[in-house]
Ligand binder design. Structure first.
Ligand code: DGP
Length: 114
């Protein structure tokens, strides 16, 4: 989508620190990290958020989740653990309207979600 920050990042039109890419998904480091490792993982296809998901994207979303685990392992997070977070909409403070997973790790996190 023309006017979407994360589409532009996935297309390389806006620079990012890429950590993973394949035909379906793209991952890069968050500009404002909330943990020693903070990676954003997005589908290349523009989906504005979880509310816009349809059954058509089932295979893509399964791949997205599995890739999150692959990236976490590559980043050395598997042994001590990590958190996968995805904000949807206003109450969750979603700020970029392109569906994304946050992969967070590298330190002990609070037991609360936020
Ligand atoms: P959320 O609040 O869940 O919509 O998360 C959006 C995240 O995107 C937030 O943690 C900061 C990150 N972010 C925003 N703009 C940029 C950018 O231009 N580059 C990178 N790498 N991350 C960005």
């Amino acid at each position: 989508m023309d006017d979407c920050l994360f589409c532009k990042i996935a297309e390389g039109k806006i620079p990012s620190t890429k950590v993973y890419e394949d035909e379906m998904v793209f991952a890069f480091r968050d500009i404002n990290p909330q943990a020693p490792v903070h990676i954003l993982l997005i589908p290349k296809k523009h989906i504005s958020g979880w509310s816009a998901v349809t059954g058509e994207s089932d295979a893509l979303l399964a791949h997205l989740m599995r890739t999150a685990a692959v990236i976490a392992e590559r980043e050395g997070l598997q042994e001590d653990g990590y958190r996968i977070v995805s904000n949807c909409g206003k109450n969750a403070c979603q700020s970029v309207m392109h569906l994304h997973l946050h992969i967070l790790g590298g330190e002990l996190m609070s037991g609360k979600m936020a």
